[in-house]
Design a protein around this ligand. Structure first.
Ligand SMILES: [Zn+2]
Length: 198
């Protein structure tokens, strides 16, 4: 037996051991542990579990947005205010806490505003909406664009305008949840130039 043969044989034994082990620990087949015919079921269940896991991970990142979108508000029927354009926007909420802003939360926005003086504001991808603007967000109010975040920049790369609304309280921010809505944004900004659904 050559060295390669020996390694291959060891590998094969290992794979068989893993398959047997997965069958043994699958509650589904424990009744038929001594019945060879039911053994592949364990492997099938293992593969099914892995597939479902991958699917849930993917759904969490992509499909959820579409599902939430379906329950969102329709596009406004009137023209936008002068100099503005309707944009379909993903909105979420945050507060200055370490859960929302990470362990290095400083209490200052990326435009160096102290959140104690500016409790309300909007975080965006500055490439889509420069910091000098303010926006009216139905259900939130009128607030300055004065902060940014990784999720907003990541969504901008995917062609989504994502705004994060600043609250003073974590529970309040959580309660806002994830909402798609139509917002009037200044024409000429990157956000206004994104392709919009009909
Ligand atoms: Zn928070």
């Amino acid at each position: 037996m050559t060295k390669t043969d020996r390694i291959l044989r060891l590998l094969w034994l290992f794979v068989r051991r893993v398959v047997n082990w997965s069958c043994r620990f699958s509650w589904w087949t424990t009744a038929g542990l001594r019945d060879a015919r039911t053994r592949p079921t364990g492997l099938r269940l293992l593969c099914l579990g892995l597939a479902v896991g991958v699917l849930i991970g993917w759904a969490n990142s992509e499909v959820i947005h579409v599902l939430i979108d379906r329950g969102g508000m329709p596009k406004p029927v009137t023209p936008p205010p002068p100099g503005m354009a309707w944009a379909h926007v993903l909105t979420t909420g945050y507060c200055p806490c370490t859960i929302c802003c990470g362990p290095n939360a400083s209490g200052h926005t990326s435009t160096n505003r102290d959140v104690r003086s500016y409790p309300f504001g909007i975080a965006v991808d500055p490439g889509l909406m420069p910091y000098r603007y303010n926006l009216y967000v139905p259900g939130y109010g009128i607030a300055d664009v004065d902060d940014t975040g990784g999720a907003m920049r990541e969504d901008a790369r995917r062609g989504r305008f994502h705004i994060d609304l600043r609250f003073t309280d974590h529970q309040q921010a959580r309660r806002w949840g994830v909402r798609w809505m139509w917002i009037a944004v200044p024409a000429g900004t990157g956000a206004a130039a994104l392709p919009q659904p009909h």
